[in-house]
Design a protein around this ligand. Structure first.
Ligand SMILES: *Cc1c(COP(=O)(O)O)cnc(C)c1O
Length: 230
């Protein structure tokens, strides 16, 4: 079932790329496996998926410990909100923390990464709507944190992430994606950070096509690969 889901996901990605005159190779898929059991993750790995997203540190840690020795090539992405008291364990597991939303959080990550002799990949989460349940940085906070981040030697800031509000018609999410794309261009790509492959992580099962058409190069897909979560 994952194999078929992946096939149709790839076809839809390709169509969005054709519509927006982009290359499908530019789009990375993060398979979001929160509340997805190990067995199905293994199935996904056998289909060739390597990038996994989790939203809770404890769940990720358990899965990481079960899979790491057999599949050391996997990349783990933290996509959920990161509480300060979970930073230490998060840095032990994740290749990328996509939900950095304050300098305080970044400093805590830097401190732990330094202890572990690691440079931690991170994305800044951008708050695109006023919904109280959403986290992230506002436009007027972005420049400051980019400047501050350059002093942290154990942080590798690779780009931005956003979560658009839900609309029945996913095309309605486009203004939120294009806003983030604009901030990514104006602030991240213009900053002094030297990044080989800048990441703009936008789009989930419901709205990834709209996100790709507005410039996303990393989509985070759960339901469309694994089915509904319970
Ligand atoms: C759960 C989650 C996803 C995947 O959601 P689906 O709608 O199942 O594709 C993507 N990003 C974040 C931040 C999530 O928490």
């Amino acid at each position: 079932m994952i194999e078929e889901n992946l096939k149709s996901l790839l076809e839809r990605i390709e169509k969005s790329c054709v519509r927006s005159k982009r290359k499908k190779e530019e789009i990375q898929i993060i398979a979001v496996t929160k509340r997805v059991p190990l067995q199905r993750m293994v199935e996904a790995i056998e289909c060739g998926l390597k990038n996994f997203g989790e939203s809770q540190v404890q769940e990720a840690k358990e899965k990481f410990e079960s899979l790491q020795s057999s599949y050391p090539f996997l990349k783990w992405h933290m996509v959920g909100h990161l509480q300060t008291n979970k930073v230490n364990r998060a840095v032990e597991i994740f290749d990328a923390i996509q939900s950095v939303d304050s300098f305080k959080c970044m400093q805590a990550i830097d401190r732990r990464a330094s202890q572990l002799g690691k440079v931690q990949g991170c994305l800044l989460e951008i708050k695109v709507s006023e919904e109280p349940t959403k986290f992230g940085l506002r436009e007027d906070e972005v420049q400051k944190i980019l400047d501050e981040s350059s002093s942290l030697k154990h942080i590798y800031l690779k780009g931005f992430m956003c979560i658009a509000p839900y609309f029945d018609d996913p095309n309605k999410a486009k203004p939120y994606f294009s806003k983030t794309y604009d901030l990514f261009n104006r602030f991240f790509l213009k900053s002094s950070l030297k990044i080989d492959e800048p990441v703009l992580s936008m789009g989930m099962s419901h709205d990834f096509e709209a996100a790709i058409e507005e410039g996303s190069n990393m989509i985070r897909i759960g339901t469309a690969l694994f089915g509904e979560r319970y």
